[in-house]
Structure formats: C-alpha cells, structure tokens
Design a protein around this ligand. Sequence first.
Ligand SMILES: Cc1ncc(COP(=O)(O)O)c(C=O)c1O
Length: 463
Amino acid sequence: MTPSEIIRLDRQNLWHPFTPNSLWLDPASHPISISSGEGAWLTASDGRRYLDGNSSIWTNLHGHTHPKMNQAIRQQLDQIAHSSFLGLTHEPAVRLAQQLLHYTQLKNQQPKLTRVFFSDDGSTAIEAGLKMILQSFAQNGQSQRTHFISPQGAYHGDTMGAMSLSHSPSFHRHFEPILFPTEKVMTPFCYRCPFNRAKPEAADARVYRKCNFECATQAEEAIHASRDRLAAWVVEPRVQGAAGMVMHPHGYATRTATAARQVGAKVMADEVLTGFGRTGPSLASHAENIVPDVLALAKGLTGGYLPLAATMTTEEIFTSFSGDPARTFFHGHSYTANPLGCAAASASIDLLESPMEIQKHTHLIQNLTFHASTFWSHPHVGDVRQEGAILAIELVSDRATRTPFSSEKRVGATICQRAREFGLLTRPIGDVLVLMPPYCTTADEVEKMAHALHQAIHQELGS
Ligand SMILES: Cc1ncc(COP(=O)(O)O)c(C=O)c1O
C-alpha cells in the first residue's frame, strides 16, 4: 500500500485509542504510519525517520528490532505460538516466572513475592490483582474488607475495576455511575501542592519544597480511618504517569505502605509504567524499600515487543485460594502466559541484567539529567522533573505564579506536533512534555531529542 492509501483506509475503518476523532480525521492533519524501527528510531511509510521519544507509549526498553529480542521470539515461534494455560503449563512461562521472582526480590530480604499470575496488559494485571485481594480477604473471613484508597489522579487502566481504582475524571467520567466507589487522597505533587510554601524556583519542586509532608500524613490518616474495612492501598510508586508524570517526594510510598500494613490491609503497587528500570532501580518500590503484597507489571515486561502482563503476589494470598475447589480464582484470559510473550520477556530480563545494557541505561539517565537543566532557558517552563529514565517538562503561562495555560490552547499537543518536524515523536500529558526514550538511546540521540523539543517550544511559545 502507498502511504496515502494506508492513511485513507485507516481513516475510513479504524478507531484509535486516546485519539480525538476530530483531529485524526481532519484533512489538514498528517497522521504518521510507522513501517519499521531500529534502536531508538522509527521509520514512517513515507521514509521519514523519527526518534521514539516516549518508547512507543512507555513500553520499549532495549530499542526496536533488537537482535536478541527478535531471535528469542523467532525461536519460540518455531516451537509453538500459543497454547492454553488453563490446566496446562509450558517452559517459557516457568522460566519467566523464575526470572521475575529473582528480578523483583528486594536485596538482602527474604523473597516475599512467590507467585506469578499472567495476563495481557496493564489493565488486566490490575483487574486480576484487585480481585485476588477481595477474594483472598473474603476466604480468610474478612469479607468486610472491600475498600480501596489511592491518590487523586491515579491511573490504573481502562477496564471497569481499573477505572474504579483510578481517579482520572477526564478519562473515566462517563462511566462513573457504574464504577464501584473508592476513596481518593491528595496527589503527592510538590509543584502544585497547596501545602508547599516555597516560591517557584528553576528546579524540580520536590527539591526546594517547604512543607510538612502533608500528603503522606493525609494518606496515613485516611488509611487509619478505614482500618477494618480497608482492602488495599493502591499506589503507582514514585511516578504517577498518566496524571502528568507526577513525581512523588521520596518516602511517600514507604510511609503510606507502612500505614496500610499497620491496619492489616494489603499494598498493591502498580509498576506497569515504573517497572524494569524506568525510574532507575529494577522497581520503583525497591527505591522506597517496600515489597507490595500485589505487584502489577506490564508495558516494559516484554521490552515493549508483545502484550503480556504479570500480577505477582505472596504465598499468603495464594494459599488463601487452596483447599475446597470453590475457593479457586475463577479468572483468566485465553492468551494467559502466551509463550511468545514469555519468550520476549525472558530475553528482555536477560538484557536488563547484562553489563552492557546496564551501562547504556546508566548513560541514558545521565544524559537526560544533563539536558533537563537546559529547559529552564524557556520562560514558560514551570517545572522540570526527572525520575531515572523519565524526564518531564511542565509548561505554564506564568512561571512566577505557576499559572497553567488554558486547556483549549492545547499547548503541549501543539508543541509535540511541531517536534515531529524536527524528527521527534512523543506524546504530552496536557502541558507536560515527556522524554522517556528506550534505554539504548545514545548521547547523540538524546541530544537530538532535546534539540527537537527546544526548537518546538521556541517556535510555538517564542523565547
Ligand atoms: C500506571 C499504569 N497502570 C496501568 C496502565 C494500563 O496499562 P495498559 O494500557 O497496558 O492496559 C497504565 C497505562 O498507561 C499505567 O500507566
């Protein structure tokens, strides 16, 4: 098909996620059709090349068409593409589970997560986790524990359970009448925190904040207030992605998880985005020194190659399903533990643990840190925050007062659209620009990405 045929037929028959129809179908817009990729680069059907500035929606770790990833998938394909996991097993799943147990273990601690339940994506990993927790409590004589608390702006996916645990009204408001009620506490977001008394500075607001950590105190109080009925405290450790790459003050997850444990509730960590080194360490929970009772992984699990998710949990939760067959976890999906996905995930974890890839990851984080500071040259940059391999640049109409642009202006979207002309593909979250490239991205490529964003900001907002 020619590039224009692809776009014409796409517009005629397809429906894209999180994409306003009016923009996609606008004849003046120029949708891009991707035909191939290599490393940090994506090539469009018309031959143009772009840097993958958001790792293909936060999934890709080692770059596109990595020879080891491709080889692992091909080798598995020659054996079998898929067989049921209902009452059957296979080596790729068993091997991957061993790797995950090792990878998620907090150093110098007894292994706590001992069971792996596979599903297909971040939303299903969360859905499985919340059902495990509810059924486990019910089977342990605590059926009153049905309450969940999570921070404002939380995003855990788009299935009904995941939406209920989320607090993202702009995405989920139409479904609110049928979502189950959950509780929200304030977002631990230093830059826009009503308790932060510090005047704006040209630095990550977490560094110069002046407060008494009220966000953690409020969460602890809410957790204690619902003590006997609380099923779980649900948290995206360190970074709330879809909320706008909101980066938590360090220690928030530690304090809140401790409170949940004190009242006998479970801690569910959503590391769909933050897992596999995205925030630096293997897991963001490790940086907070916590091991959750339920851990949701997806996105980077397969290095961004195939859809697969894992919900990991403890022996205690697993054994609460033992005994009478009526206690079975009646939950699963046709493609649970898909062997191709498992093979890709195994290869990805091997790469994550290889010295060369560890070095690339470290260099990427350093390069992002270097470029982060350059964005302060734009007067409309209000906050620049970084957690590991995630860099977020929040644009504001007035830096001194932290006043946002009016949402109708769609400043973030316009700038990212403009960045395409300079060879960068990334998606904003509102007016937060995001750079989170694959770990293989070289210093030169990071420089190109940063340059593209600078040019785009300059063209849209002046200097
Ligand atoms: C923290 C978090 N949890 C869950 C999800 C849902 O994952 P998926 O889109 O794979 O269903 C996302 C997606 O962005 C996410 O960022």
